[in-house]
Structures are given as C-alpha cells and as structure tokens.
Design a protein around this ligand. Structure first.
Ligand SMILES: C[S@@+](CC[C@H](N)C(=O)[O-])C[C@H]1O[C@@H](n2cnc3c(N)ncnc32)[C@H](O)[C@@H]1O
Length: 272
C-alpha cells in the first residue's frame, strides 16, 4: 500500500494526461537525459549483452530501448497506461528486445508479476528519474530483492535530494565581481530539507497538469535501500555543461556547478 493512497491514485491519472506532452519532448532522449542522465546510468550499469533488465517507471521507454540497443533483454513498466502505449508504439517495428507492462511500483504484487517465465530473475533493475515521483518506494525495493539475481544491481537516477529536490529551494543568477571581472554565478538557495511532505510541480515545463512529487532526503532515500540489505557501490553527480547549445536559464546556470541529479548503483551482496 502506498504511503499516500489518494495521491498515488491521482499520480497515475496525472501521468496519463501528461503522457503525450512528455513523449513529444522526451523523444529518444532530451538534452537533460542525453547529456547528464543516460551517460552516468550506462557507466554505472555496465551492461553486458544478453543481460536481463527490469526498467521501472519507464515513461515512453526511451532508456529501455537504449539498453535493448546495447544487447540487453528488457522488461519495462509504468503506472500510466498511455505512457506504455506510447512506449510500445515507438518500439513496434524495431529490433528492440523490450516487453512493456502497466504496473504500479507501489504495489509489490504487481511488481513481482513482472517476472515472467522468460525472465525469472533480473541482472539489474533500473529506475530513471522517477523515485521522487513514486508515492512509496519501499514496495519497489522489497520486490527488487526477490526479482534480482544474487549480486544484482539497482541503478537509479533522481533529482538531487539536496540541490534540486522539491519546493524547498530557489535558484538565482547573480552578477558579481571577481578579480576585477564581472562574472555571472548561478545559485541554489535551500530553505527546507528533510521534512517529509508532498507537493505539485512540473517535470516538463508547460506540461498539461502539475504532477505529485514525493521528495526524500539523502538519508531517507539511501536508508530505504540500506534497511533492506542493499549497499551502495557506485555514485555520480553529473553537471550540466557551462555552455549549453541554447540560452541558459537560472536552471542551467545553477546546475553547471552544482549537481541537479544523483545517479546511484545499489547492489545486493552475493549472499543476500
Ligand atoms: C519523470 S518521468 C520518468 C520517465 C522515464 N523513466 C524517463 O526517464 O524518461 C516519471 C515516470 O514515473 C511514472 N510513475 C509515477 N508513479 C509511478 C508508480 N507508482 N508506478 C510506476 N510508475 C510511476 C510516471 O508515469 C512517469 O512515466
């Protein structure tokens, strides 16, 4: 059962309404995904051809197809029926070895059902930029223990819990003088951290409906894995380039020197 059952039900509906807008803008990887998230996730995953991977909250399936193009056999799922339809339509007619399902990641039974005859156990579980959108992550972590092979890895990316999480911060750009030169610096000012709460926001600027966010502090996020026996054995905090190929907003100015995302590899010890 999700921590926020009413908000969890609403979350699926909201993503159904945002799915087409998301799909148009994400395509096969928008700037943020291709520059920052995908390279770090691929490094941490270190996929081997033929490995079986479970992609949770796959959205339009962009990263699932990427992994399949590298030789993985992928089972991908999302709570939004419309996202899954769009993911399938982008995959039909390609060689990508991806099987899509609708599943709520807050429901352990639905997650365990993703292990079919073909994929009894997975080499890796992946969750790209979605844990902060999921009302309760404990069922997913518990399911992962049963879905992963011994020594299996769980690679995820999230909005950085300290510097880009929730409604507890502002971003600004200040013009300052450094050694007689005018410089422009991006700032993140954090005024609230670690207080359990939910809020509405936009993953994709201008999306039809604001979505629910469930921000978690660094220790709450990693602690949920540690409590169930996972260890962390890889982590990246990628930065945006100083000069993106478009005009910088406060967002790009701040996150050229402060990480907007955390990418981590959790692992089940072989004996677990
Ligand atoms: C920010 S999008 C990320 C999508 C995709 N992983 C990507 O990186 O392009 C968040 C995704 O989480 C999904 N989601 C939210 N709550 C979920 C839940 N309880 N179970 C499964 N998926 C969920 C949404 O439907 C949405 O597709």
């Amino acid at each position: 059962m999700a921590d926020f059952p009413e908000l969890n039900r609403e979350t699926g509906e909201i993503w159904d309404r945002n799915a087409d807008y998301w799909d148009e803008r994400m395509g096969e990887g928008n700037f943020f995904q291709s520059t920052l998230i995908e390279p770090a996730q691929l490094r941490l995953l270190a996929l081997q051809p033929g490995e079986q991977v479970l992609d949770i909250a796959c959205g339009n399936g962009q990263f699932a197809r990427k992994m399949a193009s590298l030789g993985a056999r992928v089972v991908a799922s999302d709570v939004s029926q419309r996202m899954v339809e769009l993911a399938r339509s982008r995959t039909d007619g390609t060689d990508a070895d991806v099987e899509y399902h609708v599943a709520d990641a807050t429901d352990e039974t639905q997650l365990l059902a993703l292990a079919s005859e073909k994929s009894q156990k997975f080499d890796a579980v992946v969750c790209t930029m979605a844990l902060m959108d999921i009302a309760s992550i404990d069922p997913l972590i518990s399911a992962a223990i049963r879905l992963l092979k011994p020594g299996g890895r769980f690679v995820f990316s999230v909005m950085h819990p300290c510097f880009n999480s929730g409604d507890g911060l502002t971003r600004s750009v200040d013009r300052e003088e450094l050694d007689g030169q005018a410089v422009e610096r991006g700032y993140v000012k954090v005024f609230q951290y670690g207080k359990s709460h939910t809020h509405k926001g936009e993953a994709m600027l201008g999306q039809p409906v604001a979505q629910n966010y469930f921000p978690r502090s660094f220790s709450t996020l990693l602690g949920a894995f540690f409590q169930r026996g996972f260890v962390i054995d890889g982590m990246e905090e990628p930065l945006l380039p100083e000069k993106p190929p478009f005009e910088r907003s406060h967002f790009e100015a701040a996150y050229a020197n402060i990480p907007p995302a955390l990418v981590a590899r959790m692992r089940l010890p072989s004996g677990a």
